[in-house]
Design a protein around this ligand. Sequence first.
Ligand code: NDP
Length: 237
Amino acid sequence: MFGLEDKVVLVTGGNRGIGAAIVKLLEELGAKVAYTYRSGQGEYGALAIQADVTDPDAMAATVDQVERELGPIYGIVANAGITNDALLSRMTHEMWDNVINTNLTGVYNTIRPAIPLMYERKAGALVFISSVVGEQGNIGQANYAATKAGLIGLAKTIGLEGARSQVRANVVAPGFTETDMVKSIPDAVKEKILQTIPLRRFASEEEIGWATAFLLSPVMSGYITGTIISINGGRHT
Ligand code: NDP
């Protein structure tokens, strides 16, 4: 139904959290999924590759390996991301660089080797996992917000540059999602956060997965590029 059967998709950070949910769902939809991990392998996916997104050579080798072992890459989900929070007045250069290098340059490192191949084949779909924080900002997350907003500009630009090659780029911007990190927040703090979310619950990892699959799907979103799906329970400000 999604038209993703036998399509090769690479997901970064697919070993756990939202990335693992995306890998699982794409496999259920018939895609051939490769994913990267740093620390430990995940449970799903046809091909697991240990690669750090901050290392351009490792990411070029990853793209090569996926193409050799699974076939031409159709989709990329740039999901790997980190936080390193502090008020800007206390944020060190190291904290800034870590987050920029992973969340923004890491996405460039991931897609750069694949883009010419996709352009040549005139087929491809990129999905960047941004955040509600990239749309709205957040106290203590200047570095993170800058990277997640940067992904929106990146997708919009590829939406323009890739259009003549039928390569699409879109963004999923999740709000609070029920990952291990959110599950470990104390109940009292969770309750306060929930008061700011109109739907009064956090997103499930699967809900982020479905939106990602939709934006990869040539059947469902073939005419959608350079746009954002905000999955934030109605918290738009
Ligand atoms: P997790 O912390 O659970 O997982 C992060 C993933 O990114 C892991 O697979 C991790 O690999 C990988 N990763 C981190 N740094 C690198 C690196 N340098 N190279 C390769 N892989 C790396 O995060 P979530 O599942 O919660 O988040 C996934 C994405 O969704 C992120 O981009 C995040 O910013 C975004 N997001 C999350 C929200 C939430 O509420 N959870 C809300 C909005 C956006 P490893 O395990 O090997 O370290």
